[in-house]
Write a protein that binds this ligand. Structure first.
Ligand SMILES: Nc1ncnc2c1ncn2[C@@H]1O[C@H](COP(=O)(O)OP(=O)(O)OP(=O)(O)O)[C@@H](O)[C@H]1O
Ligand SMILES: [Mg+2]
Length: 231
């Protein structure tokens, strides 16, 4: 890890902790999502750590399909070379914003709290993956989505325990599971760049023996409150 990444990670973690202790008021809508991003990344531009031309709390501007290389830290081939895969996200156009609004209608503690654990895990996994595919910010999506879904889960009587994925190996399993979900989304998206889709599907196929996001979450999600106890 580079020195500046280290400082970035520390500053963002501090802000994430603040939100765990004192969650933002919000209805799990677009504004709430943007405010979560704004809060946890607010220190970076002030001290010159934001290398991209974006502001905390603002969506990315690119309207084309967007992709990046994923280099895993703990998984490699027989020669010890790190596993490199391809992660590919939605266009960030008007249609994506529309889809985002639709997805966030499902982010409703009133209905999520009615679900038993197995149904909740499936639903929150889908919601996470749908939001992950839109990847609305230029940077910091994963930390924003973990913070946002963490608050959503708590208000629905569940604990996601994302921190259980903070070690290198668990983090890599989470990346693989997420990226397999993204490839599935890309496959259903007629607007996805065909070459990016082919590569994402190739990597998803290579990784098909790894656990899915729902399988990972099933091991970490806990009920913290029953419906009756909700105040
Ligand atoms: N599961 C995890 N738990 C805790 N920290 C993580 C986890 N995965 C990644 N990190 C750390 O968070 C930082 C940023 O990681 P990453 O670039 O994947 O996510 P992001 O910047 O929040 O979102 P994205 O780049 O997808 O928009 C890095 O310091 C990385 O080590
Ligand atoms: Mg990042």
């Amino acid at each position: 890890m580079q020195k500046h990444e280290n400082l970035e990670a520390i500053l963002v973690k501090r802000r994430v902790r603040q939100l765990l202790e004192r969650p933002l008021a919000g209805n799990f809508d677009v504004l709430h999502l943007k405010e979560t991003h704004r809060h946890i990344l607010q220190d970076l531009p002030k001290i010159g750590l934001w290398q991209y031309n974006v502001q905390p709390g603002e969506f990315r501007q690119e309207t084309q399909t967007w992709c990046k290389e994923r280099v895993l830290a703990s998984i490699g081939d027989r020669n010890g070379k790190p596993d490199v895969s391809f992660t590919s996200y939605s266009r960030m156009d008007g249609k994506a914003i529309e889809r985002l609004n639709g997805i966030l209608k499902e982010a409703n503690p009133e209905s999520l709290q009615q679900l038993g654990k197995a149904e909740f895990v499936e639903k929150i996994g889908e919601l996470y993956s749908d939001l992950d595919y839109i990847h609305p910010f230029r940077e910091g999506n994963s930390r924003t989505l973990r913070t946002f879904t963490d608050q959503l889960a708590r208000e629905s009587g569940y604990e996601l325990n994302w921190e259980k994925f903070s070690g290198e190996e668990a983090r890599d399993l989470l990346y693989i599971a997420r990226d397999r979900g993204l490839a599935e989304h890309a496959g259903k998206d007629a607007d996805h760049h065909p070459a990016f889709l082919a590569r994402a599907l190739y990597d998803a196929e290579r990784h098909q023996g790894y656990p899915s996001l729902a399988q990972l979450l099933d091991k970490t999600v806990e009920r913290i409150r029953t419906t009756e106890q909700r105040t």
